[in-house]
Write a protein that binds this ligand. Structure first.
Ligand code: FE2
Length: 156
């Protein structure tokens, strides 16, 4: 069995690996849900929402890679298999078929609010065990919170 020497001590490794894994699940499903909505959104705001969703996908995919590779770096293999994502995701799904632009915006406001809350907790949980992972999560939060503002701004 392959093992990687971790730069982290055992007591820091467990919580850090868990935070990285849960974030990876969030991001992989965020990209899937965003593409589903990107393809099926309808309504007068189609163009705006359609392209905004691809910004979500780009952010989610880029950070999923960073998060998965941080996990490998600390000695824990990443697990983003479809079965794992389906079983563990906490991301609100979009309905099958066409979805109205207003409903997409409302869904993504909710998804972002819930994901940011989970991420802030994880960032706090790894602050001492692994400042490097904490730094990655803070960078991710900066991007997600900015996008959260942009989703919310369409609802007022
Ligand atoms: Fe596209």
């Amino acid at each position: 069995m392959t093992t990687m020497k971790s730069p982290l001590p055992d007591d820091s490794l467990e919580v850090t690996a868990m935070c990285l894994h849960d974030t990876l699940v969030d991001l992989v499903d965020l990209a899937l849900v965003a593409k589903q909505a990107h393809w099926n959104v309808t309504g007068p705001r189609f163009r705006n929402v359609h392209f905004q969703l691809d910004e979500v996908v780009a952010t989610a995919r880029a950070y999923a890679d960073t998060i998965a590779e941080r996990s490998a770096t600390i000695g824990v293999p990443a697990d983003a298999r479809a079965t794992t994502i389906a079983k563990e995701t906490r991301v609100t799904p979009v309905d099958a078929g066409w979805v109205r632009d207003d409903d997409v915006v409302a869904t993504f406001v909710r998804i972002y609010a819930e994901m940011i809350e989970r991420l802030r907790q994880r960032a706090a949980d790894v602050e001492k065990p692994d400042p490097v992972t904490n730094d990655i999560l803070l960078d991710l939060l900066q991007d997600l919170e900015k996008q959260y503002w942009m989703w919310q701004a369409q609802t007022v």
